[in-house]
Ligand binder design. Structure first.
Ligand code: 6GU
Length: 242
């Protein structure tokens, strides 16, 4: 997968050299390039912002540098990327969207700062490529950079060959609309707290049942919204008894 990121703070993306994302890049599973928006400015001050029409606080990113950046990174003669614009006003980023993005050949992230990017940049881009404004959740960040780190981590781990054990993708929290059961390792007793007996029983049927129930209990306690959204056919008779 190819990913381009445009930001006025390219330094934010230094962690993408590390750990499993760094290895995906080294293995060429992920071809990532970070670009400085100011390289598409022409004035001595390399200006990227101006005051908002209609008044109000803060500054707005001017359309011209963004237009030039998107022209360069999404030229008309090649298949267009999917443009993602992190914004608290976007659609909510979910594991389902991570799977959708992991299937794309080319993603282009436009990181806004200040109050955001002039909306005409998105309107114009939408005449050439699919555009999605995406939000991590109901809180406000300074800009899109940290959101891109989050989204890229969620997407990269879904790319073929990135996770050693593909089974862990199937079992993880959110894979089935429920949270995962608690997990334990050695020692069996630690500071007066014991590993649940069932996990040491060797009875794989009982263990699977216990994990399912603990996942349900945890979801009910921590994320009742997920439980309410679960299609009823995803719960069986034993779940309802639990
Ligand atoms: Cl994607 N961007 C910004 N600036 N703030 C956010 C966000 C994104 N998601 C939640 N808050």
């Amino acid at each position: 997968m190819r990913v381009d990121v445009v930001s006025i703070f390219p330094e934010y993306f230094a962690p993408l050299d590390l750990s499993l994302i760094g290895r995906a890049r080294a293995n060429d599973v992920l071809q990532l390039a970070v670009h400085d928006l100011r390289s598409w400015t022409h004035d001595v001050h390399r200006t990227v912002d101006d005051t908002p029409y209609g008044g109000g606080p803060g500054m707005v990113m001017r359309p011209e540098p963004w237009g030039a950046a998107l022209d360069a990174l999404a030229p008309a003669d090649v298949p267009p990327p999917r443009l993602l614009v992190p914004s608290p006003a976007g659609v909510r980023f979910t594991q389902a969207m991570a799977h959708e993005l992991a299937a794309e050949p080319h993603l282009l992230f436009a990181c806004g700062r200040y109050e955001g990017i002039d909306q005409r940049v998105l309107a114009h881009a939408a005449t050439r490529m699919p555009v999605t404004e995406v939000s991590l959740g109901d809180y406000v960040l300074f800009g899109g950079e940290v959101a891109v780190l989050v989204i890229l981590e969620a997407v990269t781990r879904l790319l073929p060959g990135v996770l050693g054990n593909a089974g862990s993708l199937d079992e993880e929290s959110h894979a089935h609309g429920l949270l995962e059961a608690p997990i334990y390792t050695k020692p069996p007793s630690w500071r007066g707290h014991d590993v649940p007996e069932v996990l040491r029983s060797g009875d794989h049927g009982r263990i699977a049942r216990w994990r399912r129930e603990e996942g349900l209990v945890r979801t009910a306690a921590q994320r009742p919204d997920l439980l309410a959204a679960l299609p009823p056919e995803r719960l069986d008779k034993r779940d309802i008894a639990a």
